[in-house]
Design a protein around this ligand. Structure first.
Ligand code: SER
Length: 865
């Protein structure tokens, strides 16, 4: 069965069991600081499991794009070396939110695998949780008894906490799990050793295919387990692994999921798959990483130097490096695989098709940049090798890695080929130091929630109300870089939490006894969290919560301006313009969008005029909560990588229609004025505009006005432009005259210099301190080269207490063995400096003007030898 059909069969099966099918959530996580990527299907339901969010449906089925490349679940280094690990994979899941539990979950899993997939029952093994006394967790006898209905006891194996108690991270929802394993070995192999002996033993053909997790605890930060009020089911089955079994293959990479991608790699590289272990690994790495990187870009995460963007960059670089080292690919080629991926996967994941070209552009630019880095690194290695040593320091290898992004295993490989070794231990120490540096910069310690008020539903009322009475429902302490902060949750709140590019509100909560500043507001899963430096002394008081009005109004202006800017750019530059990122703060807005070239000044002016016109029209805000399908019909702008509910908030200002959760002005007139401050490039195919509105924009205009009147006072003319033009051309004239005069002066200095020749060892020698620039001294020396014979000239000039020596040796003396470069090296010690150059001309810089005379005499002595 092809993977597409398998996914469909899974959906159909669970739909007949009363489940609702939902689409995959984006792979990039936006509202959980503990995660960068979706690493399990359950991530998006964390709030539901913890009781912070009420689910719309109690039974659902989906296929989730997952990425396991950081944190607790990280498979990156395994990928490529075996046939069943991936960075990105699809996880088929059926879910119960407080509805069915173990019996149905197991019954249906068995039915699906044996009736729909028709797997050989004799090859299935089950693991169940054996219990853990230290945590007072019992053996999962209930699951054991259910499985016993279907499968003989000897094929139900006890598993420990590591394998059979599933946790999403150090904290959060968790519970015992029962796993389905499948023995995919040949019949002969199966006869020699029972599959049960190989379960959870890293055997490539006896593998876990489905994990049924019974979520019933929350792991607290102190390590204890708190029972949840409801019991849930979270199952996850790797589509790629199931496809391997269903298609009778030995590796996921041999299934239809990877077939055409690998076919294309083979075609481009001319290297057969299956011909050599190293190139096979490289082909698998590239096929796998192509999917991870393409889907991340489609979900809005571009490669960059920080956080999630950095992880994506590293994955892509890993693929480039394997191509470079093992497939001989010295030019970009991975981007050419994107159309194949698109044609394979776009039916279920349309986002990838819509951004086909964009993904190719981004990958191509990254490839080219990294290939340049690789060749820069190679040059460095050549220099290291040229220095002749057979042992080099680990520090040097680390420097190549850290500064040039040059991978150390590749360095090691090249060094090995040249019979050079490096100090691995020293490298490890440097690496550890770097890790410690980034760890302490990022460390956040989060305490557990302390509940103040039970059973209150938190509500956001900040679209219409900026001041209200609230109560604190829970709080916790966090430590960021040694600073302690408190996170407060209210029963209802007017504070907008950071999201959709808009920064979080600030303000104050006050009771009769005290005022507590709210310094930021963020959303975590489904909770709105207010940050304070101080914890209220009486947590149970009623507080008046007030959003800082001026700050909020500025944010609203900038957010509405962002929508108008999006509209203007699509009108003026074309509908290929799509938002790729934004920041809406109270002081400015930043808008990243897809566009292939620099936006010229004229178009930027048009954009400003377009938006100013919308401001003058004072268009009213129209805000509606409507079904997603209707919003799509209306042509509302939607963003890739956003998770939309069935009912969405549509923000309209005339023709501008965007799905948006942010806050806006009630009429465009409130913006007053819109001004672009900069236009720049972010990466391949992405431009960035930064702009200001309202008071900020007016202030910028005032500043320009006052600058102009200042200039007018200086030039003392009505027509400033004419006056400045006159100044510029008269300056040019003067510069020309000055240069001519200086030339004459230099000619005279040169001829005077020749009057100072003395004979040293029969060589004409001149040593003079002069008031010339480096360039001028050089010109004199180069000039002398044409006509002078038997001459050594050394010039010294001092500028800002720094000495510059220039040494000239005439060609005939060079021919007879004199070398300006080695002479200057010797003499530069006197001026506490260093130097070098060519045999006929060399320079040195130093910090000791008092040593000039000594430098001259060193040269003289060298000539006398
Ligand atoms: N949460 C479990 C896993 O990721 C099952 O979905 O394996």
């Amino acid at each position: 069965m092809k993977s597409d059909k398998l996914r469909e069969a899974f959906f159909d099966f669970f739909i007949t069991k009363g489940h609702k099918q939902i689409p995959s959530a984006p792979m990039i996580v936006k509202d959980d600081p503990s995660l960068m990527f979706t690493n399990a299907g359950m991530n998006q339901f964390k709030g539901v499991f913890l009781g912070d969010k009420t689910p719309k449906d109690l039974k659902i089925v989906n296929s989730q794009k997952c990425l396991r490349v950081s944190g607790k679940h990280n498979d990156l280094e395994e990928v490529g070396h075996d046939g069943h690990h991936h960075t990105m994979f699809e996880m088929l899941g059926n879910w119960s939110f407080g509805d069915y539990f173990k019996a149905e979950a197991i019954d249906w899993a068995w039915e699906f695998l044996t009736k729909i997939c028709k797997l050989d029952q004799e090859r299935i093994y089950i693991t169940i949780f054996e219990g853990e006394a230290s945590q007072q967790l019992d053996r999962d006898a209930e699951s054991y008894n259910i499985w016993k209905k279907y499968i003989s006891k000897d094929r139900i194996i006890n598993g420990n906490k590591k394998d059979n108690f599933w946790e999403m991270g150090d904290t959060g929802p968790c519970g015992p799990c029962t796993e389905v394993h499948y023995d995919n070995r040949s019949q002969d192999e199966r006869k020699t050793l029972p599959g049960g002996d190989l379960v959870n033993k890293d055997h490539p053909q006896v593998i876990e295919i489905w994990n049924l997790v019974f979520i019933c605890f929350n792991r607290l930060s102190n390590g204890t387990l708190e029972a949840l009020s409801n019991k849930h089911v979270d199952t996850g089955m790797g589509l790629e692994r199931l496809s391997m079994i269903m298609q009778n293959k030995d590796s996921n990479y041999d299934t239809d999921v990877f077939e055409s991608i690998i076919g294309k790699i083979v075609k481009i590289t001319n290297i057969e798959y299956g011909s050599d272990t190293e190139s096979d690994i490289a082909i698998r790495v590239i096929a796998d990483h192509l999917r991870a990187v393409s889907f991340s870009i489609a979900d809005g995460q571009l490669p960059s130097n920080i956080k999630a963007g950095y992880v994506i960059r590293r994955i892509l670089r890993r693929a480039i490096r394997y191509g470079y080292s093992f497939l001989g690919m010295k030019n970009s080629f991975i981007y050419k695989l994107v159309p194949v991926l698109v044609s394979e996967m776009s039916e279920y994941y349309p986002e990838i098709e819509a951004q086909n070209q964009f993904i190719q552009d981004v990958i191509k630019e990254e490839e080219e940049a990294f290939l340049r880095t690789l060749s820069g690194g190679l040059k460095q290695i050549d220099e290291i090798l040229a220095s002749g040593g057979k042992n080099i320091s680990g520090k040097q290898v680390f420097e190549l890695y850290d500064t040039f992004g040059f991978p150390n295993d590749l360095t090691a490989l090249i060094l090995e080929e040249n019979g050079v070794t490096y100090n691995q231990e020293e490298f490890n120490i440097e690496m550890q130091k770097q890790k410690n540096r980034s760890k302490s910069a990022a460390q956040v310690k989060t305490g557990d929630w302390n509940v103040v008020l039970e059973d209150e539903k938190q509500e956001f009322i900040g679209y219409d109300t900026l001041e209200t009475k609230i109560k604190i429902s829970r709080y916790r302490e966090i430590t960021i870089k040694n600073q302690t902060l408190y996170q407060l949750v209210f029963n209802l709140t007017p504070f907008y939490p950071e999201g959709g590019g808009q920064i979080g509100d600030v303000g104050v909560i006050s009771s009769a006894d005290e005022n507590i500043d709210i310094i930021d507001t963020k959303k975590e899963n489904n909770l709105i969290i207010h940050f304070a430096k101080k914890l209220p002394s009486n947590l149970e008081s009623e507080f008046l919560a007030q959003v800082n009005l001026e700050n909020r109004q500025n944010i609203c202006c900038n957010h509405t301006a962002t929508h108008l800017l999006h509209q203007a750019l699509r009108e003026i530059l074309g509908v290929h313009v799509e938002q790729k990122g934004s920041l809406v703060s109270s002081s400015y807005l930043r808008f990243d969008f897809s566009h292939f070239s620099k936006v010229d000044k004229e178009d930027l002016k048009k954009v400003e005029r377009y938006i100013d016109k919308k401001i003058l029209q004072n268009i009213p805000l129209q805000e509606d909560n409507i079904p997603l399908t209707k919003a799509k019909e209306m042509g509302a702008m939607m963003l890739f990588g956003e998770k939309y509910e069935d009912v969405v908030r549509l923000i309209q200002f005339g023709g501008s229609k965007e799905l948006c959760g942010g806050t806006h002005v009630s009429h465009t007139g409130e913006l007053g004025l819109f001004r672009i401050v900069s236009e720049s490039s972010v990466s391949a195919g992405i431009r960035r505009i930064e702009a200001i509105t309202a008071d900020k924009a007016l202030k910028a205009i005032e500043e320009q006005d006052s600058l102009l009147s200042h200039i007018q006072q200086i030039v003392k003319e009505q027509d400033i432009l004419q006056a400045i033009n006159n100044l510029v051309s008269s300056n040019k004239e003067k510069d020309k005259k000055l240069a001519a005069l200086r030339n004459e002066e230099i000619i005279s200095i040169k001829s005077k210099l020749l009057d100072h020749v003395i004979k040293v060892n029969n060589i004409g020698f001149i040593a003079q301190e002069v008031d010339l620039s480096a360039e001028e001294m050089k010109n004199i020396c180069f000039d002398l080269k044409q006509n002078e014979k038997n001459l050594v000239l050394v010039l010294a000039s001092v500028k800002e207490n720094k000495v510059l020596l220039s040494l000239f040796v005439s060609t005939d003396l060079v021919d007879s063995g004199l070398d300006a470069s080695s002479i200057i090296k010797e003499s530069s010690k006197a001026i506490k400096g260093s130097g070098g150059g060519q045999p006929f001309f060399a320079t040195a810089g130093g910090i000791n003007p008092k040593g000039i005379k000594e430098a001259f005499s060193i040269i003289k002595q060298l000539l006398s030898k």
